[in-house]
Design a protein around this ligand. Structure first.
Ligand SMILES: CC/C=C\C/C=C\C/C=C\C/C=C\CCCCC(=O)SCCNC(=O)CCNC(=O)[C@H](O)C(C)(C)COP(=O)(O)OP(=O)(O)OC[C@H]1O[C@@H](n2cnc3c(N)ncnc32)[C@H](O)[C@@H]1OP(=O)(O)O
Ligand SMILES: Cc1cc2nc3c(=O)[nH]c(=O)nc-3n(C[C@H](O)[C@H](O)[C@H](O)COP(=O)(O)OP(=O)(O)OC[C@H]3O[C@@H](n4cnc5c(N)ncnc54)[C@H](O)[C@@H]3O)c2cc1C
Length: 699
């Protein structure tokens, strides 16, 4: 061993003790029982030797009464699937950053095939299979097949069409994708150029561009195109189109299909074959148009059914709802890494040579990290509520009650936008919270960021979606005088007159710890911003022109409304019975942190609308600091509660055992650059340069 290596080994050794200090932060009297799991809070003298989650093997669920009833009842399923994936070598993912695009993609195919084999062998339920795919943690064509192709047929197909296509899709005898976006049109769905002409006399081309799973795998797609019959246009509809032969996978006549190329980051989303598709007079049978909204008869006549045509956009509503829950997962993952590492990392501290300070104890670290921890919980709760809302609207649609569809659209669009933007920013913040090591691939954060950021764009650009919310809000405000009572998430607007006048009652910092005070401040801010926008709009002769001109303000108003939804759902959650010693109190603290931090970040809104005074703002800020101190002793337990395996986290910094430094050192040596001591290219480039310098020096 060279002396340099010897030094490095000593250096690593000297930090092992520090690395294990994560367990210090697990010394707390509160026993957590989040997501239905129990988190052992051990005091083992500042050391933990639990090993990785995977190694522990068994599911550590204690008693049924320890489970939080208000979490979805799928903890056992989730935990079992996480362990199944983590213990299967085929699902290894630590080498992704080193693979070429082709290797990466083939590896994804291998994993998807293996997952499908396991699903069949183990006779997994739909829920188990879906959890398994989640923990495989690799964007793949299966996301689109199960996430969009199947829901599109379910939501927009007639009974007959569902009976024909769903069994094939469920058995994966066909693989489908969702082909809506074109090279030239994504947000503007009505502007799509792809046409489906019943009388097949069209010679136009258009390119579909972006659909995941399309490039190399899908045999079928639900393609969105403008329907033309008898020379008349009938809006955009979905059509099931076979793209590839089921015998040899070759594209069918008239179809050109391929991958659109590398995307942001190495590894990351490049496991997905986002595709380009060109149709050249492709003919499909009439009954492959999804006809729940509109039927085309044998003679080419269009017959509108009684369901609203917005149902054509229904798959997007469904996926947006799932994306909100996913935001909580991605965020909790990043926060788990940053929190555990912040407890391990020490910088500066006493001048007397004592141990340095854990960076998690710095107030700046806490003020950046704990609001993100609070957001992870907030998004989980609002995601659960949104799931309920979606189920509710689906049941109502089945009973021909379409009244809640506009609200479901506004909520899914707005919350998708709010949570994905916040999560993307938060992952980057977590990277910075981990200092230099956060930039290492082995921290897991760069890849998580690269995989996650497109969520701000796909399934609706976030600004475009907020503008949809703003339209809904302006409509609601405009109807206030007409006697139509706002309901659901806009019910607070019925109290607009009061809220426009109300004065916040806070006089001392603790007054901010009343949910009613917080709610009223958020309601007043949202109403005032909406009403101000509506008043400005009314000054325009042409409302559409006004909407365009005021769109930046409208987006701010939509954000205020969506933040109110998240805050109010967190508060509602806390009104339920929450078992587990100390759990409710901790969640209450997180709820206040979530709300008061938003208030702090958007102070301009609250002050300019006169909802609170500068003095009250400063009291809120004082209170935030004391709330951070209350979270600190339980921070590790609160992230352990997410119950992520080391495999799923994929982060040396976020290891459960806190053994960060030796593992970082070990990881570094795995890099292919370290395969040889003298690098490839030395003879060609380095040596001649060095020799040249030597010659020059001698001259
Ligand atoms: C597959 C993933 C599976 C699971 C996901 C889980 C996790 C994610 C993990 C991985 C993700 C993997 C892959 C990502 C997949 C991404 C797939 C895609 O991106 S598919 C393409 C998505 N495309 C879009 O989202 C386009 C965005 N644009 C639109 O939605 C619309 O065009 C528009 C912006 C709403 C405008 O439409 P239009 O011009 O028709 O709108 P108007 O404003 O005139 O509205 C008319 C009327 O309709 C109402 N409305 C609009 N949209 C909806 C809706 N979705 N539902 C109900 N109602 C809607 C609107 O409010 C108006 O109502 P009115 O005022 O007239 O009452
Ligand atoms: C990783 C990934 C996967 C995808 N998968 C699929 C898939 O499976 N199937 C599929 O069909 N599509 C898919 N897409 C496409 C995706 O849905 C679209 O890219 C998305 O809807 C945004 O549309 P756009 O690209 O047209 O953006 P644009 O609308 O061109 O947006 C560009 C900019 O213009 C702004 N803008 C646009 N309209 C307005 C407006 N009215 N007012 C103010 N500002 C506006 C936006 O805010 C944005 O800043 C995927 C995209 C990505 C990145």
């Amino acid at each position: 061993m060279s002396s340099a290596q010897g030094f490095l080994n000593d250096w690593v050794e000297s930090r092992v003790g520090l690395g294990s200090n994560i367990s210090n932060s697990r010394n707390t009297s509160v026993s957590y029982n989040i997501k239905g799991c129990w988190i052992p809070l051990t005091d083992n003298g500042g050391r933990r030797s639990l090993g990785s989650r995977e190694e522990q093997g068994s599911v550590r669920c204690r008693r049924d009464e320890d489970r939080l009833g208000w979490f979805p009842p799928h903890f056992d399923v989730s935990d079992r699937m996480a362990r199944l994936v983590a213990s299967d070598p085929v699902f290894r993912k630590d080498n992704r950053a080193m693979l070429s695009r082709k290797e990466l993609f083939k590896n994804t195919l291998r994993k998807a095939a293996h997952a499908w084999k396991r699903i069949i062998e183990l006779r997994l339920s739909e829920e188990e299979a879906s959890e398994m795919r989640f923990y495989v943690d690799e964007p793949a064509f299966t996301d689109l097949h199960w996430g969009m192709f199947v829901p599109a047929i379910k939501g927009q197909g007639t009974e007959e069409q569902q009976q024909k296509w769903l069994p094939l899709a469920y058995k994966m005898q066909i693989i489908g994708c969702y082909a809506q976006t074109e090279l030239g049109h994504g947000s503007n769905v009505q502007g799509l150029e792809t046409t489906a002409t019943f009388d097949p006399e069209s010679d136009e081309f258009s390119f579909i561009w972006w659909p995941g799973g399309l490039g190399k795998v899908s045999t079928h797609a639900v393609v969105y195109a403008r329907l033309i019959t008898e020379g008349q246009e009938h809006g955009v509809h979905g059509f099931i189109v076979q793209l590839r032969s089921l015998d040899d996978h070759m594209p069918l006549p008239g179809i050109t299909v391929g991958d659109i190329g590398m995307k942001f980051g190495t590894g990351a989303y490049n496991t997905m074959d986002n595709g380009v598709l060109r149709f050249d007079n492709v003919r499909i049978p009439r009954n492959q148009m999804l006809m729940r909204v509109m039927r085309v008869t044998r003679e080419g006549k269009c017959v509108q059914s009684n369901v609203p045509r917005q149902l054509i956009y229904g798959t997007m509503v469904y996926v947006r709802q799932t994306i909100v829950s996913d935001a909580s997962s991605a965020l909790s993952r990043a926060v788990c890494i940053a929190t555990r590492y912040s407890a391990v990392r020490r910088q500066f501290g006493p001048q007397d040579g004592g141990v340095e300070t854990q960076v998690i104890d710095y107030k700046t670290q806490q003020s950046r990290l704990f609001p993100l921890l609070a957001s992870a919980y907030a998004f989980r709760f609002v995601g659960e509520w949104l799931k309920w809302l979606y189920l509710d609207v689906t049941q109502r649609l089945q009973a021909n009650d379409f009244s809640t569809l506009p609200e479901a659209h506004a909520c899914t669009a707005g919350l998708k936008s709010l949570t994905t933007s916040a999560t993307a920013d938060a992952i980057e913040e977590c990277r910075k919270l981990c200092g230099g090591h956060g930039y290492l691939s082995s921290s897991g954060l760069p890849e998580l960021f690269a995989v996650y950021v497109p969520a701000c764009t796909y399934e609706g650009d976030n600004v475009v979606l907020l503008l949809q919310v703003a339209r809904f809000l302006m409509k609601t405000v405009s109807q206030l005088g007409s006697g139509k009572k706002p309901v659901g998430t806009t019910a607070y607007m019925a109290r607009a007159e009061d809220l426009l006048q109300s004065r916040c009652s806070v006089q001392k910092a603790e007054d901010w710890l009343k949910p009613s005070v917080i709610l009223e401040a958020f309601e007043a801010r949202a109403v005032r911003m909406c009403v101000a926008c509506a008043q400005s709009l009314s000054k325009f002769q042409n409302p559409e022109e006004g909407f365009l001109e005021l769109s930046a303000d409208l987006v701010e108003a939509a954000i205020a409304h969506c933040q109110l939804i998240v805050v109010s759902k967190f508060i509602e959650k806390l009104q339920q019975d929450i078992p587990g010693k100390g759990v409710k109190q901790q969640l209450q603290i997180l709820c206040y942190i979530y709300a008061l931090n938003l208030l702090h970040k958007h102070l301009g809104d609250f002050l300019s609308t006169g909802c609170i005074t500068p003095k009250q703002a400063s009291l809120a800020n004082d209170h935030l600091r004391s709330l951070y101190s209350k979270v600190r002793p339980n921070a590790i337990a609160l992230v352990d509660a997410f119950n992520y395996t080391d495999h799923f986290l994929g982060s040396v910094l976020g290891r459960y055992d806190g053994n960060v430094y030796p593992k970082l050192y070990e990881e570094a040596w795995k890099d292919p650059l370290n395969d040889s001591v003298v690098p490839d290219g030395y003879q060609e480039y380095i040596r001649p340069m060095l020799k040249q310098q030597l010659r020059n020096a001698r001259l």
